[in-house]
Design a protein. Structure first.
Lengths: 263, 444
């Protein structure tokens, strides 16, 4: 971390009469959760390094409404959505990238009918584009040859059919990618979706994140790669409950790329 | 010619009339019940819909994702479709009084009969394996609590009927072959019998009359069995053999992650956010503001595709076996959501049969069938939707019922109420100040 990160806001851009290429939608977890903030910063460091012309909404950003909608509160969801759309359309945003698959899904699929039409990308898709355009160089670095398993976030994978972007990035890191028994279309949820993140699980034999962590551990990984701040929390908790946190780290794909380059 | 000669034809006509007539009545009831659901726009993109129908229903593309049950199912499915060509001949013979009328097709007829026989044998083998999976191997997904009682018996009854029908078909052919070989009157040489030829030796020491009785009995029981089976469908999970086709056609085309936005809410929110709107304005003339219920607490609140889903479900349990909540011992089982919806819909249907219209019975889908604990266990991960081989969407029902709980009853779990209050007050599910949203930038 040689230099401070540069995080311009849309308001600053507007004041200069400029328009960034892409809006980075940070999301609530990425803004407030200590673990997820590290992912946010890692992604920003890559954006800075590759000179991507981006901005954030900062204090003008608000929850997309995903947890409200999936908890059944359609009214609160649409209030959030319409408020956000007013802000986004006010800034004439065309393209959005986010590191949260829940924000990604909601912005991409549920905002258009309410008047919010943007090109929305998950950060792994965005990084893949940077890679293909030659703007981003990814080399293995400290991850070269490491055994890594990738956990598919439901709202990136099944919900939106994106299984390859994160895997392609991991392959560029020259890792030994090992798949869990349930992966891609059959990937098992981490247990946080559908607003479960914000409540205790219902009665059962086992917590879902433990079940998923056990499956990840079966692949004998050195790292578990994730692409969602909630999955990250759930799996980190799972690894801790197995007392494996000294041996196995749960990391976001963006963190791995930033880390490999010593950003 | 005496009228006695026509008695079999007349009996056949009566059987056919009753069998098909009763079936049509069942179909009418089915339609009426499904139409109790709300209208939903599923008429867009017919090309993609037709493609889904071809791939998923005809092509069994999702069935074969699980290779063993997928392959066995493929045999039974192909067997049933192909062998049913034989039913056309049976109906023709039965009505006209001919015997193996299609034998005029010559060599092609031999080929047809031979392939029916081989398929019939394969169907018997597959069905036996299916039975073993359910009753001996005890595959886990067939043992969930919702499978006790009728659902379990229903599944086995279907397998028994299929074995009986195929055995009757082969017995009829075997007896026919014997009668052909001894030159019995009316049994012209026709067909090729690669399977039933091994049954034929059983008839060697029997008199011609006895074998004719066996052949006729098997022929009659086979067609009566088919008519009976046709009418069993409505009372069984086996309806999928018909409804899988429309169900895959009307299945979800959008990304699985896209949940529908409630339009009534949109209008209300727009009105709230419009600074020019007059909140005290009377609703425009002609547009009576009907108090709409948000979400679903009973089957009539669901849309007709969701009700079609319920009738299409064949209780295979692939959804439940992929569901993260079910797999970790929670009460939720997506299959049970579908079974409950169908059971309640049937109850409502019977209520209408009895009273001419639906008379409130102090029951509903919520609580009387589906508990809140089940609804709150869902992670909305779409594993059930992905797993369903016939495009059923249990998640959409769960979501609408949650919507009812929250928007009509304010009955969300307390922690969720806290999160939602946070979202309302400070734009995040946690109690952080919105003004601190960019603080991460300056933290090391």
């Amino acid at each position: 971390m040689s230099e401070a990160i540069k995080v311009p806001t849309m308001a600053e851009y507007m004041a200069q009469g400029k328009q960034p290429e892409v809006l980075f939608w940070v999301g609530c977890a990425g803004s407030f959760d200590d673990r997820a903030k590290k992912i946010t910063k890692a992604f920003v460091r890559i954006l800075n390094k590759t000179n991507v012309d981006f901005a954030v909404l900062g204090t003008e950003e608000s929850c997309t409404g995903d947890p409200a909608k999936r908890a059944g509160n359609e009214f609160l969801f649409q209030m959030q959505a319409m408020t956000n759309i007013e802000v986004l359309n006010g800034y004439e945003v065309k393209k959005i990238v986010t590191a949260c698959p829940h924000c990604f899904n909601t912005l991409k699929n549920e905002y258009p009918e309410l008047g919010g039409n943007y090109e929305v990308m998950h950060h792994t898709q965005f990084l893949k584009t940077l890679l293909n355009e030659g703007k981003l160089k990814v080399e293995g670095g400290k991850f070269k040859g490491k055994r890594i398993t990738f956990h598919d976030p439901c709202y990136l994978g099944r919900a939106n059919g994106e299984y390859e972007a994160p895997r392609e990035l991991l392959e560029k890191l020259e890792v030994e990618l090992v798949e869990m028994k349930r992966c891609k279309t059959r990937g098992l949820c981490c247990g946080a979706g559908g607003a479960q993140m914000f409540k205790e699980p219902e009665k059962g034999a086992k917590d879902i994140n433990i079940e998923r962590t056990e499956e990840a551990l079966e692949t004998k990984p050195e790292f578990i790669a994730a692409g969602c701040p909630f999955c990250n929390t759930m799996l980190t908790d799972g690894v801790k409950s197995k007392n494996k946190e000294d041996q196995i780290e749960v990391m976001d794909v963006a963190e791995m790329i930033a880390n490999a380059q010593d950003l | 010619m005496n009228t006695m000669y026509f008695i079999p034809n007349i009996l056949f006509l009566i059987a056919l009339f009753i069998g098909i007539g009763y079936f049509i009545q069942n179909v009418r009831k089915l339609r009426r019940n499904i139409n109790l659901g709300k209208e939903v726009d599923v008429y867009d993109n017919p090309k993609q819909r037709f493609k889904n129908l071809l791939m998923i229903a005809f092509g069994q593309s999702k069935m074969v994702k699980r290779p063993i049950s997928g392959f066995l199912h493929l045999i039974v499915y192909v067997g049933f479709i192909i062998i049913n060509i034989e039913v056309l001949e049976i109906i023709y013979d039965g009505l006209i009084g001919t015997h193996r009328a299609f034998s005029i097709l010559g060599g092609f007829y031999d080929f047809l009969i031979a392939s029916f026989e081989i398929l019939a044998l394969l169907v018997i083998v597959s069905v036996v394996l299916f039975w073993l999976r359910r009753n001996v191997q005890k595959v886990k997904r067939f043992l969930n609590p919702e499978m006790k009682g009728w659902p379990k018996n229903d599944a086995n009854i279907i397998l028994y009927i299929e074995v009986v029908l195929m055995t009757l078909f082969l017995t009829m052919n075997a007896a026919d072959l014997h009668l052909q070989s001894i030159g019995a009157a009316g049994y012209t040489i026709a067909g090729s019998f690669p399977v039933s030829q091994y049954i034929t030796p059983l008839f060697e020491n029997m008199g011609e009359g006895s074998v004719i009785i066996i052949e006729r009995t098997a022929w009659w029981l086979h067609i009566l069995g088919i008519l009976l089976f046709l009418n069993y469908l409505y009372y069984s999970k086996h309806l999928h053999i018909l409804l899988a086709f429309p169900n895959t056609y009307f299945g979800k085309l959008n990304a699985y992650g896209k949940f529908p936005n409630n339009e009534t809410v949109t209008n209300e929110v727009k009105l709230m956010m419009d600074p020019a709107a007059d909140p005290f304005a009377a609703p425009p003339e002609g547009e009576v503001a009907v108090p709409e219920k948000f979400g679903a607490s009973d089957v009539m609140d669901l849309n007709w595709v969701q009700l079609l889903n319920a009738y299409t479900c064949t209780e295979c349990g692939r959804c439940t076996s992929e569901c993260p909540a079910s797999q970790t011992g929670k009460k939720l089982s997506p299959r049970k959501i579908m079974m409950d919806t169908r059971d309640r819909l049937e109850e409502v249907g019977k209520n209408i049969d009895k009273n001419g219209k639906f008379v409130p019975d102090n029951k509903q889908l919520l609580d009387d069938y589906i508990t809140r604990e089940e609804l709150w266990a869902c992670t909305t991960c779409n594993a059930c939707v992905e797993a369903c081989p016939v495009s059923i969407d249990p998640l959409s029902i769960i979501m609408e019922m949650r919507q009812y709980l929250v928007m009509e009853q304010s009955a969300a779990p307390n922690e969720l109420n806290i999160s939602m209050t946070n979202i309302e007050n400070n734009g995040a599910p946690w109690p952080y100040n919105q003004m601190d949203r960019l603080n991460w930038k300056n933290e090391s």
